[in-house]
Design a protein around this ligand. Structure first.
Ligand code: RUB
Length: 334
């Protein structure tokens, strides 16, 4: 996260101003989704809360900001970008609080750190596009899954470089985020085809590479991403097709360093069948896990804003960035 400290200018507003409660509901109901956007949306909501929160003492003010951060963090358990983004913002305020800052000092520190995070997150998506596009060849047939800004950044940059790519987008049941990807890529001018998830293996036989996004990276280099990603990786592995992951380094899940596992979010069953259908079929049980784990053996490399990282080097990268995480992830003192 070194890049977050470089004091880049805050970007234009990406999200409207909302209360912490509204932001929580928006995240929970996936009106804002995608790991990067989730993190920036939460950082924006926390920043705006910190701007307006009123308190008589630093302790009282810091307690309010912490509570808001905790609420936002709990909205989506799997996308580690959310706690990492919120923790980063809180780190700024906490440093000021612990060094005896006034309410205004803590407020300014929190707001500035949030702006740093937001700008850096957007910059990372661009950098990933630049780096990843160099690994795309002219005429490549590429499969993607779900809706990832980072993966799309590579595809768009490759197209901008005149690489004449053809992209197949999995629909990505149950929420069909692949439709969004297909619409965005086609609008950009890229030759885009939408396929249903079950057509992926057939399509893989004519693909050159797959490029997907990332919700979390575990210490062993495993990828956590939208449900179905591991199936795509298995098919790519079988067909000897390159499997590439576009991931900002704030998606590293530092708690996996100390043995904790990544929580896999289970969502409402009505995302996979209608209430009416359920009523008519009372004996049917449902399961709706929305993320899965792709083992490192199936991943060729991660494209991060810091460069290309093979899964076997994730441990080293985490160690390198841990100093930041230790401070940022620790629960700030009340
Ligand atoms: C979206 C998803 C995306 C990653 C990466 O899942 O799995 O591939 O979040 O996205 P959901 P990005 O729709 O459930 O949030 O590259 O935009 O951060």
């Amino acid at each position: 996260m070194e890049t977050l400290k470089e004091g880049k200018e805050a970007s234009k507003e990406e999200f409207p101003k909302v209360s912490v409660e509204e932001a929580y509901d928006t995240l929970k109901s996936m009106r804002v989704h995608g790991a990067g956007r989730i993190a920036r949306f939460a950082a924006t909501a926390l920043r705006d809360y910190a701007k307006d929160a009123k308190a008589r003492t630093s302790r009282e003010y810091w307690g309010l900001v912490l509570k808001a951060g905790e609420k936002l963090r709990s909205a989506r358990p799997t996308a580690v970008s959310l706690p990492n983004g919120v923790n980063y913002v809180l780190y700024g305020g906490r440093t000021s609080f612990e060094s005896g800052g006034s309410v205004e000092d803590i407020r300014n520190a929190t707001v500035n750190t949030a702006d740093d995070f937001i700008t850096s997150s957007l910059d990372s998506v661009k950098e990933i596009g630049e780096i990843g596009a160099r690994r795309v060849k002219n005429g490549d047939v590429i499969i993607t899954h779900c809706n990832s800004e980072a993966a799309m950044s590579i595809l768009k940059k490759a197209y901008d470089m005149g690489k004449g790519i053809k992209v197949y987008c999995d629909e990505t049941r149950p929420k069909f985020q692949g439709h969004k990807t297909a619409a965005a890529l086609a609008a950009y001018g890229i030759d885009t085809t939408l396929i249903c998830d079950s057509a992926c293996r057939l399509t893989m036989s004519s693909a050159d590479r797959t490029i997907v996004g990332c919700d979390a990276i575990a210490v062993n280099g495993a990828l956590v991403n939208k449900i179905g990603t591991s199936q795509v990786a298995t098919m790519a592995h079988e067909a000897r097709v390159n499997f590439v992951v576009a991931a900002e380094t704030y998606k590293l899940d530092f708690k996996t360093l100390t043995g904790e596992l990544v929580d896999i979010e289970e969502r409402d069953y009505t995302e996979i069948a209608s209430k009416e259908w359920m009523t008519h079929n009372p004996k049917v049980k449902f399961s709706n896990p929305v993320f899965d784990v792709t083992p490192p053996e199936y991943i060729d490399f991660y494209v991060t804003e810091k460069g290309i990282v093979p899964p076997g080097a994730i441990f080293t990268l985490m160690k390198e960035l841990y100093q930041y995480s230790e401070g940022a992830q620790a629960t700030p003192a009340h």
